[in-house]
Design a protein around this ligand. Structure first.
Ligand SMILES: Nc1ncnc2c1ncn2[C@@H]1O[C@H](COP(=O)(O)OP(=O)(O)OP(=O)(O)O)[C@@H](O)[C@H]1O
Ligand SMILES: [Mg+2]
Length: 512
């Protein structure tokens, strides 16, 4: 097979820190290459160089045998490379086809007017040819995350790229959307495209890849064909030791009778006045992990937003340790002993422009230990930062820099370290391992179980059903803003829970 992308000793430094060290890759035309590696290994950095977003410190990039200086994404697109980022770059008030045309329309015509009907037809044909299931005239703000991602893919295809790079495309998708994406990528491969995918999910690697590149500390430590390897092997290459891919939860702890957290008849409306939570009631015992399962978009996100002070309720009551905490602010909830790991780490968990140190104390910044007489003790704050870095193995180029420079998974570890260190009585953990590498998932799961074994309580929301089933003591399932069932994860099969997630109750067997 012919080589389509080659890198020769590609290196990228940030100051003294080497994020990519002499990377030499040889990607063949028409293959799917998966790039794996721990958080901070340098995967996004490498892809950003291929797409012209970052300039290499040294080394070369060859496309179809010719050296190319990637000055910007325009150069990359010009030689046929397209990239889909994890955080989409679409204009939400515009329609699907308008987003596709954005930036190319005027160049294509010799007039300022575009033939709207003709362009919609062309986009519709591309959607059909690639089985992307989109409506060209839908507005971005009205479509799901999975659909938005397909718009990003379409946008690249419209620009005639034949190499597609996707950086953690499945991190934000529901299991069904993941399957759809895998099918799309396989179809694109059939059409002759070359695809590079970064992912932390080894199942996806085994399903998609023709070949796999493993990065560690900025170096290539493995370059293998899929048929020559397996999940365990890849995990070992990534982490440098055997990783336990299943959670060891002995469930020998005591769950006390005491109800520490209670939600009564909760009703919540979204911005458009639509009821997203419909009369929900549940309680959580001291020492228990309560999992909240459901297909994304069935109210779990809103529920956790309400419980963490990010959204107001319409009616109902929330009590914590016997106190009414309905509609309290996050700061007051934290003071009362509620740790919060939010769903969207950049929107509500961190401040990208602030330093790592400041983010390590954010939300707890009026703690007496660090704030005295109106002055911050920066030495103490740096000590806290260093402690988190050490205990949570946070890998970063410059610990004095801003948190926006950390890789996605390492930024997540800062939040988890900060929230657990505050010694909460209850932890609201929303998608705690999203974008986190397998070694760190193992670590975070152990930390959550340790926290519970110390007699604490956890409310866990995750789109990873396996995470919910292996950590939780009890699971409630949500469908269309209501609770459709409550189960014990040791007694119920994944099929049964799948039915509940689809709104089908056990006793009636009918659609709810
Ligand atoms: N602009 C920057 N300034 C300083 N350091 C940076 C910058 N961008 C990335 N780094 C550092 O380079 C290293 C590699 O980051 P990169 O984002 O490539 O990791 P990754 O493999 O994609 O990780 P993840 O799986 O968490 O997304 C990290 O330690 C990160 O902190
Ligand atoms: Mg990354």
């Amino acid at each position: 097979m012919k080589s389509i992308i080659q890198t020769v000793n590609l290196t990228r430094k940030f100051g003294d820190f080497v994020a990519n060290n002499n990377i030499s890759l040889d990607i063949k035309e028409g293959e799917i290459r998966c790039i794996v590696g721990e958080n901070g290994a340098g995967k996004s950095t490498l892809m950003n160089m291929l797409y012209g977003l970052l300039a290499p410190s040294s080394g070369q990039i060859l496309i179809r045998g010719q050296e190319v200086k990637m000055n910007s994404p325009l150069t990359a697109i010009g030689v046929g490379i397209g990239m889909v980022h994890q955080h989409f770059k679409l204009v939400s008030s515009l329609t699907v086809y308008e987003n596709i045309l954005l930036g190319v329309e005027i160049k294509k015509k010799n007039s300022l007017l575009i033939d709207r009907k003709e362009e919609i037809k062309k986009v519709a044909k591309m959607i059909e040819d690639n089985h992307l299931q989109l409506n060209p005239t839908d507005k971005i703000e009205d479509i799901s995350i999975g659909e938005r991602q397909r718009v990003e893919i379409l946008k690249m295809l419209y620009r005639n790229v034949d190499i597609l790079i996707l950086d953690e495309p499945t991190a934000v998708l529901t299991p069904k959307e993941v399957d759809d994406l895998i099918a799309t990528l396989k179809l694109l491969k059939k059409q002759g495209k070359t695809i590079i995918v970064i992912t932390h999910k080894l199942r996806e690697v085994m399903e998609l890849a023709d070949s796999i590149t493993v990065l560690k500390h900025g170096n290539v430590v493995g370059d293998v064909l899929k048929e020559d390897t397996d999940e365990k092997d890849i995990a070992r290459m990534m982490v440098g030791r055997d990783v336990c891919l299943t959670v060891q939860n002995d469930r020998k702890h005591t769950i006390e009778d005491e109800i520490i957290y209670q939600v009564d008849n909760l009703n919540v409306l979204n911005d458009e006045g639509k009821k997203v939570i419909n009369n929900i009631s549940f309680n959580v015992h001291k020492g228990e992990i309560l999992g909240i399962a459901g297909v994304e978009g069935n109210g779990q996100s809103e529920l956790i937003k309400v419980l963490t002070g990010l959204m107001e309720i319409e009616s109902g009551k929330v009590s914590f340790c016997g106190k009414d905490v309905t509609n309290w602010w996050p700061k007051d909830l934290r003071k009362k002993g509620i740790g919060i790991i939010p769903e969207d780490r950049y929107a509500t968990g961190l401040c990208k422009e602030m330093s790592v140190s400041d983010n390590c104390i954010a939300g707890y910044h009026d703690n007496k230990e660090i704030l005295k007489y109106g002055l911050y003790n920066s030495k103490k704050i740096d000590e806290i930062r260093d402690k988190y870095i050490k205990e949570f193995d946070i890998r970063l180029g410059d610990k004095r820099g801003v948190i926006g420079n950390l890789s996605g998974g390492n930024a997540q570890k800062v939040i988890i370290a900060r929230e657990l260190a505050s010694n909460p009585k209850i932890l609201m953990a929303c998608q705690p391992t999203r974008g986190v590498d397998i070694g760190s998932i193992e670590f975070i799961h152990k930390e959550i179980l340790k926290f519970r074994d110390q007699g604490n309580t956890v409310i866990l929301v995750s789109s990873e059903l396996s995470e919910i089933m292996s950590l939780s003591d009890r699971v409630i399932v949500m469908y269309k803003g209501q609770i459709t069932g409550e189960i014990s994860p040791t007694e119920v099969s994944t099929v049964e829970i799948g039915l509940l997630m689809a709104g089908i109750k056990k006793e009636d067997g009918n659609e709810n």
